[in-house]
Design a protein around this ligand. Structure first.
Ligand SMILES: *[C@@H]1O[C@H](CO)[C@@H](O)[C@H](O)[C@H]1NC(C)=O
Ligand SMILES: *[C@@H]1O[C@H](CO)[C@@H](O)[C@H](O)[C@H]1NC(C)=O
Ligand SMILES: *[C@@H]1O[C@H](CO)[C@@H](O)[C@H](O)[C@H]1NC(C)=O
Ligand SMILES: *[C@@H]1O[C@H](CO)[C@@H](O)[C@H](O)[C@H]1NC(C)=O
Ligand SMILES: *[C@@H]1O[C@H](CO)[C@@H](O)[C@H](O)[C@H]1NC(C)=O
Ligand SMILES: *[C@@H]1O[C@H](CO)[C@@H](O)[C@H](O)[C@H]1NC(C)=O
Ligand SMILES: *[C@@H]1O[C@H](CO)[C@@H](O)[C@H](O)[C@H]1NC(C)=O
Ligand SMILES: *[C@@H]1O[C@H](CO)[C@@H](O)[C@H](O)[C@H]1NC(C)=O
Ligand SMILES: *[C@@H]1O[C@H](CO)[C@@H](O)[C@H](O)[C@H]1NC(C)=O
Length: 328
């Protein structure tokens, strides 16, 4: 029996990559759904273009994480700033909509480095697709990635946010972490905005995959490599939560087009979320969408290249800002 399971696992592993198999037609899917790992990051469609600000303008080239001496001392910082601060100042802080990042200070040279994981084409594009009239399709521009640049913009993080030292590590740990950063960046290319839950205390159907998820993954990797954190530091993280009864998979990026009813429902739903430039504005205008949620009680989520129907229920949607302890 064991070898049979091993064989099945091996076949699935070879076919789909590590840890993910489609559960779209499975009547008993596993919850929360595993975020899909890919063999490599796909080249994004030329249709997807960054407006307003390009992704990572001052970043280091891809896959060129700096290496340091094994016994060098580094300080690790947790950093937060309100989303879209450059446009809205501290407004979104009042709604607890914060962006997360990590900073490193290399003690021997005094050099600083900022690391953040965010959307290639901004948050709105990672949350809703574009309905293209000519191609008659739904186009997603939903990649997210790690951006690494030298320096820590103290004013940016401190003035309306947080910049706090969470620990000290040596170069051995940093160098392992640097390798992980590249691997993670190359194999987890897609951003996911939403957390989907049954109720406040109930089952989690889907976890997000955003800047905060990256910071949490990064802290847990650093811990795995031997970092010890100052657990007196308390850090809360923003989540956009949808409340729903058990989600139902309705097809993947290709199969939804084979059923006119399904593709038309998807297009109708996403037509409510066209044209607006960013999610911050959507959240600010959430009241306008609430009647829609209340009337139809439904939402379509795109996760791991598959579409899920969410039968929404009270309280429908919420921004939470809860603590996640540092690993210990
Ligand atoms: C979202 O993607 C569209 C299509 O590529 C692009 O035109 C638009 O500028 C993007 N939005 C932002 C805020 O980058
Ligand atoms: C992660 O991937 C993006 C998109 O390809 C790239 O721009 C960025 O430089 C990469 N980051 C690292 C740390 O290699
Ligand atoms: C912090 O918020 C205030 C008030 O909205 C704004 O004037 C200021 O520019 C923000 N700071 C930064 C560094 O953006
Ligand atoms: C590095 O960051 C720390 C913490 O923000 C700051 O005290 C220091 O002045 C920075 N050093 C450089 C060279 O920017
Ligand atoms: C770095 O720290 C880790 C964890 O404490 C330890 O196992 C390792 O030996 C250290 N490396 C050096 C070069 O001191
Ligand atoms: C740990 O964090 C607490 C709370 O921020 C701070 O008061 C304390 O000085 C920190 N300890 C160390 C060793 O940095
Ligand atoms: C969608 O599902 C079909 C049938 O299960 C499968 O053949 C196809 O490879 C899947 N497409 C994607 C983009 O995952
Ligand atoms: C298309 O999808 C709808 C809704 O899920 C379903 O009721 C219908 O049977 C499907 N039609 C075909 C031809 O599969
Ligand atoms: C941070 O989270 C804790 C527990 O999750 C909560 O009690 C606290 O009010 C939160 N802080 C803020 C500023 O929301």
């Amino acid at each position: 029996m064991k070898w049979l399971l091993a064989l099945v696992y091996l076949i699935l592993f070879v076919q789909y990559g590590i840890g993910w198999t489609s559960q779209c037609s499975d009547p008993h899917p596993l919850w929360p759904q595993i975020h899909r790992e890919y063999e490599k990051r796909p080249i994004s469609d030329p249709y997807c273009k960054a407006g307003i600000i390009p992704f990572c303008p001052t970043g280091l080239p891809s896959n060129s994480m700096p290496k340091v001496g094994d016994s060098d001392l580094l300080y690790v910082y947790a950093m937060k700033a309100p989303v879209w601060e450059f446009k809205f100042g501290d407004l979104l802080k009042k709604f607890n909509i914060m962006h997360d990042a990590i900073g490193f200070h290399h003690v021997p040279t005094g050099l600083n480095m900022t690391m953040e994981w965010y959307e290639l084409f901004q948050l709105f594009n990672c949350t809703f697709p574009h309905e293209r009239k000519v191609e008659q399709d739904l186009m997603w521009c939903n990649q997210g990635a790690a951006c690494i640049y030298m320096g820590i913009d103290e004013k940016h993080w401190k003035e309306n946010g947080t910049l706090v030292k969470v620990g000290e590590i040596n170069g051995t740990i940093f160098n392992q972490f640097a390798m992980w950063t590249e691997l993670d960046n190359n194999t987890f290319p897609f951003y996911e905005t939403w957390t989907v839950k049954e109720s406040r205390q109930g089952v989690t159907w889907f976890d997000p995959f955003d800047c905060a998820s990256w910071v949490l993954r990064a802290f847990s990797k650093l811990h795995e490599y031997g970092a010890t954190f100052n657990t007196s530091v308390h850090l809360n993280y923003t989540k956009a939560v949808l409340y729903s009864d058990q989600p139902m998979c309705i097809g993947n990026a290709t199969t939804v087009y084979q059923n006119v009813t399904i593709i038309n429902s998807l297009k109708k739903f996403y037509s409510y979320f066209q044209g607006s430039q960013n999610l911050a504005e959507v959240l600010l205008h959430l009241l306008e969408y609430l009647p829609y949620f209340l009337m139809y009680n439904n939402f379509y989520l795109y996760y791991n290249d598959e579409y899920w129907h969410l039968p929404l229920k009270y309280p429908y949607i919420e921004i939470t800002y809860d603590e996640v302890p540092l690993p210990s």
